[in-house]
Write a protein that binds this ligand. Structure first.
Ligand SMILES: NC(=O)c1ccc[n+]([C@@H]2O[C@H](COP(=O)([O-])OP(=O)(O)OC[C@H]3O[C@@H](n4cnc5c(N)ncnc54)[C@H](OP(=O)(O)O)[C@@H]3O)[C@@H](O)[C@H]2O)c1
Length: 381
């Protein structure tokens, strides 16, 4: 296999994988489109916009450590879009570790992010490579606003709210079901504190709509900031424009307590996959940037300071494709990277850089409102 392809997109035929390929093509980065079915990969690569000018090759691969090690050997980075990660990613992580290759994924599941931090950070640090979860809309985008708040000295608490829209894909539906089985945490006075269950609260969106938000699996922000000495408290709530979804989430939580938790994984997973089909039977159409819009609001507070950022964005899956491709493109030229081990996308490559790329694509725009405090324009985080 040629070593002229520094990036591997795993799950490339999937909804998100294709968007990663599209943006890699746009950035002029050669890549391997990998997945478990050559036929599906060939079919799906044909409908990736701009694919005719991108340099890529297709590789069918089994989800085993041996096969994946061979696939990633000599590469710089793998973009993993095969989810739920909790079910399928350990083999790929082991392969990346074996072959000294950086690993990015699209996970928003807090329990998986914690597993990467607890079990893979030291390993990847020792090989001078990165392991980056949430290299995606959730929660790579909200993190940008939070880090802009932190440019104001003295901010020690982050409260974030995301209001999103999107048509769940097959793997996203499976991922939501899988995530419901795991407890989640937030950061309070420098400690990760468990939620008692899904918590709901009423929020008002910036344009005045009252919505019910939920803890939505805890999110990535408390985990990122539990490792940041400046931050004592971090919490994030998510609301969907489709307000039926939080009710579904509560139903699923009840189902987990009464049924799921007693069923072994090998029986539960096929059951959950059937349920996921009930949410999304097949691959949804390409997003519309005029329909699928999100607002992420972050309030940073300190004893005498307060700053608020509002991020207006569109196309969460497009955004995910761009963030993955941008971070991968940086790693093509910056391996070994300056930051190694477990890191957020912004920790590794700078929130201002990622924000700049998103704004230049028209995917997002950030507003900053200093309420009280000494905002230092452009100060390093
Ligand atoms: N955090 C975020 O903002 C965000 C954004 C986008 C996506 N995501 C996450 O990214 C993941 C992928 O989403 P998607 O939209 O791309 O879903 P998708 O369209 O269903 O694609 C899933 C991909 O995974 C592959 N796959 C599934 N089971 C597999 C297995 N056992 N072995 C090997 N490959 C397998 C599929 O291959 P086949 O076609 O052969 O089944 C397909 O290539 C999900 O976990 C989703 O939650 C997160």
């Amino acid at each position: 296999m040629s070593i002229d392809y520094p990036v591997v997109v795993y799950g490339a035929n999937g909804y998100t994988g294709r968007l990663v390929c599209e943006h890699l093509g746009e950035l002029g980065i050669p890549f391997i489109a990998a997945g478990r079915s050559k036929k599906k990969l060939e079919e799906m690569m044909q409908i990736v916009p701009g694919i005719e000018r991108s340099k890529h090759m297709i590789v069918e691969v089994e989800n085993t450590v041996e096969a994946l090690s061979e696939l990633v050997r000599g590469r710089k980075v793998v973009c993993n879009t095969v989810g739920p990660m909790n079910r399928f990613a350990r083999e790929l992580l082991q392969a990346c570790y074996n072959e000294r290759v950086s690993y990015l994924d699209t996970t928003g599941e807090q329990h998986w992010i914690r597993e990467l931090m607890d079990h893979w950070h030291e390993k990847f640090r020792s090989i001078e490579r990165l392991v980056i979860p949430s290299c995606s809309y959730m929660y790579g985008v909200c993190e940008l606003g939070a880090r802009v708040c932190l440019e104001t000295p003295g901010i020690d608490s982050i409260d974030a709210t995301s209001i999103a829209d999107g048509v769940p894909t097959v793997a996203s539906a499976r991922t939501i079901l899988d995530a419901i089985r795991h407890p989640s945490v937030y950061l309070k006075n420098n400690e990760l504190v468990p939620y008692k269950g899904i918590e709901n609260s009423r929020i008002t969106s910036p344009e005045g709509t009252v919505l019910t938000a939920s803890t939505w699996g805890g999110t990535a922000l408390p985990i990122w900031f539990s490792r940041d000495g400046r931050i004592r408290n971090a919490k994030m709530m998510c609301a969907m424009w489709n307000q039926e979804l939080y009710k579904k989430e509560l139903e699923l939580e009840r189902l987990n307590k009464t049924t799921f938790q007693w069923i072994p994984d090998e029986i539960l997973y096929p059951m959950m996959d059937k349920m996921a089909e009930g949410i999304t039977a097949g691959t949804p159409p390409r997003e519309s940037r005029y329909v699928h819009r999100a607002i992420d609001v972050c309030v940073g507070r300190g004893p005498v300071g307060m700053v608020k950022t509002t991020m207006v964005s569109n196309g969460g899956y497009y955004t995910t494709g761009l963030i993955q491709a941008y971070v991968a493109s940086r790693l093509v030229y910056e391996t070994p990277p300056k930051v190694v081990g477990f890191a957020s996308p912004s920790e590794a490559f700078g929130h201002r850089n990622i924000l700049g790329v998103m704004e230049s694509y028209g995917y997002a725009k950030l507003g900053v409102q200093k309420i009280i405090g000494n905002h230092v324009e452009g100060a390093a985080a």
